[in-house]
Design a protein. Sequence first.
Length: 352
Amino acid sequence: MYPHDDFFAKSNNVATIDIYHNERLSKSRAYLVTQASPAVYNLFNVVDKNLHRSRRRIVAQGLNERAFRHFEPVVQEQIEIYLQKIRLSSQTDRPVDMSEHCKMLTLDVSGELSFGRSFDLQTSTTYHWLPKALSTSNLRLNVYIQFPAIKYSGWEKLLLPVLLPKVRRFHKMVADMIQTRLAKDKNAKPDLFASISDYKDPETGGDTVASLLAGLFFYLSRYPKVYERLAAEIRDTFHHDDEINGTKLAGCTYLRACLEETLRISPPAATTSWRDLPADANVNPVVVDGHVIPPGTRIGGNIYSIHHNEAYFPSPFPFRRERWLPGESGLSKEQTKLMHGAFMAFSKGARN
């Protein structure tokens, strides 16, 4: 099904620039394994560059700074529910699975942003099957992306009796939420629908946040001094939760350093983002980091490997948030430039 029998993956910044900033390369057709139907594309799996640009412009209408300012009260409401749950959990001696709490928070926020209503994962058990279902689906699709032949081997037909009811339940939930939102006035909620409903194309990226938060809490629990300094910065900046907004948060430099170091050590998408060579690669060769790539080769840079390459990130495995703080990193200007150039938690180029 896929002719790409050869793979070429590099873990340095020169290669990632050659790959992800090369307009001749397209996102690999391996991502088509994530399509729900042959003619249905989303921002993640659309391979055609013009179609991707068109759809990205539309979605961007609801993901700009102005839209998020309107959406902040909804986020704060969900965060308050989250904090109440954590406070209740802390009153017992039982361990708390912060990863699950973070997933429920981010999915509830995602529901509000996308459909104008929460999944109520934090306050109800009705949709408690959703986080695990999404994680399982993501795992399955990621395996297919890395090894497309598995998708077309036919083995999944054996699991249809198990998979179909779950898929149908998910589709029904989404359809119900869409119909409920469409029945309301377009400006009833500060969600994506309100932002993009009137947008006309002039020519015609929840798991990520949950992984980031869970990773940050993990490292804070193991670096008490980092936790103390971060808590001090937040408490000095905000004296009441009503004061928390995007503008003030942007000024929390230590918080940002902690988030960036978490994304570096544990990037939510730590795999290789594959790209396909153009049809004329045999006539006009593609060169990556000095290597001429043979036609039919799938190429990419592995995010986890690059983020742990000591040439860009000295002492790459410890949680060193100071590397992101000017004046505290101990790095030269050249080293700092190399580090920022190699950081690619959300990939590089037009698909970033």
